[in-house]
Design a binder for this molecule. Structure first.
Ligand code: NAP
Length: 334
C-alpha cells in the first residue's frame, strides 16, 4: 500500500490572525500500516475558533500544536484499510483526523457514526462537539428553568444556534445576539429564537433591554469583550453566566479584555462558570441521543456552512472571525 497524504502543517506561531504563511502544504507518502493501525480517508474537517488558541504557546486546557506538526482538527473519515479489530473498512469515524487528506490511527478517541441516520456534517455540528458544548454548557452549567430568559451571543453560529434551540425546547425565552440583519433573521426564522439583536446595528444596550424585558437569567457567552460587559448589566438575581468562549479576543496581540462590570455578579448574587466540552466526553452519548431525537422530531435543525478544498484551510478558518459563516463551518476535503 502506498498512499499520498496531503498535509497542512503549522510552521509558525501566528501573530494576530492566522495567515497562509503560518502553514506548510505538502504531499507525503504513507507506506504501510503497523499492526493495530488503520487508514482513514478524511471527508470533512470541523473548523473551530479554538484552533486559533491551539496555535498559541502557553497554558490552556490542551497542549498547543507543536511547530512542524499537522494542524490539529476534528473531522470525519472513512476507514479505507484496517489492521485492527475494532473498526472495519467502510466505517465512518469522528475524531481528531487533523488537517490532512488521510489519517493513520489506532482508533483511540474515534467514534463510529451512521451516515444513514444523519448527514455526515451533522456529526460535526449538533451531534458533535459544538452540539455537546451547547447542550451540556446550557443544561448542566446554566441550569435554565422554564420561563427564564436565556441570552446567547454568537447566536447564528454552531454553538449559539444550538443553545437557542435547546433553550426554547426547554420552555425558556431564547434571545440571541448576532452580527447583521441576515443572521438575526436566520436565528429567528430557522432556529426559532424569540428575539435576536444585531450587535452591529448600534445601540446594543437599548436593543437588549427591549429583547429581554424581564432581564437575563442565563447568559451563554461565546464572544467575550464588550458584549459580555453589556450582558452583565442585564442579569437578574442568581443569574448564571456560562463562559464558553471569547472569539472577540482570540486574535488579540495585546492583553485579553476582561469584563469591567463584574461587580454585577456580586450585586445579583450571580455565578460565572467556564465550560470545556471535553469534560463531558463520558456523557456525549446522552446528549447525542436527546438531540438526535429532537432532530428527528424536527424540533431543531442542524445547519452547516460547507467550504471546499484542504489548501483553503487558513482563509476558510478566517471566516469564523469575519463572521462570514452561516452555520457550523465545515471544510470538505474529499
Ligand atoms: N468551551 C468549549 O468547550 C467550547 C467548545 C466549542 C466552541 N467554543 C467556543 O464557542 C464559541 C462559538 O464557536 P462556534 O464553533 O460555534 O463558532 P461560530 O459561532 O459558528 O462562528 C464564530 C462566530 O463568532 C462571531 N464573531 C467573530 N468575531 C466576533 C467578534 N469580534 N465579536 C462578536 N462576535 C464575533 C461571528 O458571528 P457574528 O457574525 O454574529 O459576529 C462568527 O460567525 C467560540 O468562542 C468557541 O471558542 C467553546
Amino acid at each position: 500500500m502506498t498512499t499520498t497524504n496531503h498535509t497542512v502543517r503549522l510552521i509558525a506561531r501566528p501573530v494576530g490572525e492566522a495567515k497562509r504563511e503560518d502553514f506548510a502544504f505538502a504531499d507525503e507518502t504513507i507506506v504501510a500500516l503497523a499492526e493495530g493501525e488503520m487508514l482513514l480517508k478524511v471527508h470533512y474537517l470541523s473548523l473551530d475558533p479554538a484552533m486559533r488558541g491551539w496555535m498559541r504557546e502557553g497554558k490552556s486546557y490542551i497542549e498547543p500544536v507543536a511547530l512542524g506538526d499537522v494542524m490539529r482538527a476534528g473531522g470525519i473519515g472513512e476507514v479505507v484499510e484496517s489492521n485492527q479489530g475494532k473498526f472495519a473498512k467502510g466505517d465512518f469515524l469522528v475524531g481528531m483526523t487533523n488537517v490532512q487528506t488521510y489519517c493513520v490511527t489506532d482508533g483511540r478517541g474515534f467514534t463510529k457514526v451512521d451516515p444513514k441516520l444523519a448527514p455526515l456534517t451533522t456529526y460535526l455540528n449538533v451531534l458533535g462537539m459544538p452540539g455537546m458544548t451547547a447542550y451540556f454548557g446550557l443544561l448542566d452549567v446554566g441550569q435554565p428553568k422554564e420561563g427564564e430568559t436565556v441570552l446567547v451571543s454568537g447566536a447564528a453560529g454552531a454553538v449559539g444556534a444550538t443553545v437557542g434551540q435547546v433553550a426554547r425546547i426547554k420552555g425558556c425565552r431564547a434571545v440571541g445576539i448576532a452580527g447583521g440583519a441576515e443572521k438575526c433573521a436566520i436565528a429567528m426564522e430557522q432556529y426559532k429564537f424569540d428575539a435576536c439583536v444585531d450587535y452591529k446595528a448600534g445601540n446594543l444596550r437599548k436593543a437588549l433591554k427591549e429583547a429581554c424585558p424581564n432581564g437575563v437569567d442565563v447568559y451563554f457567552d461565546n464572544v467575550g469583550g464588550e458584549i459580555l460587559d453589556l450582558a452583565l448589566t442585564m442579569i437578574n438575581r442568581k443569574a448564571r453566566i456560562i463562559v464558553c468562549g471569547a472569539i472577540s479576543q482570540y486574535n488579540a496581540t495585546g492583553e485579553v479584555k476582561g469584563p469591567a462590570n463584574y461587580l454585577s455578579l456580586l450585586v445579583n448574587r450571580a455565578r460565572m462558570e467556564g465550560i470545556v466540552v471535553f469534560d463531558y466526553a463520558a456523557r456525549y452519548k446522552e446528549g447525542a441521543m436527546q438531540m438526535g431525537q429532537w432532530l428527528m422530531e424536527r424540533k431543531m435543525i442542524s445547519k452547516e456552512h460547507v467550504v471546499e478544498g484542504i489548501d483553503t484551510f487558513p482563509q476558510a478558518l478566517q471566516k469564523l472571525f469575519t463572521g462570514e459563516n452561516l452555520g457550523k463551518l465545515v471544510l470538505k476535503v474529499s
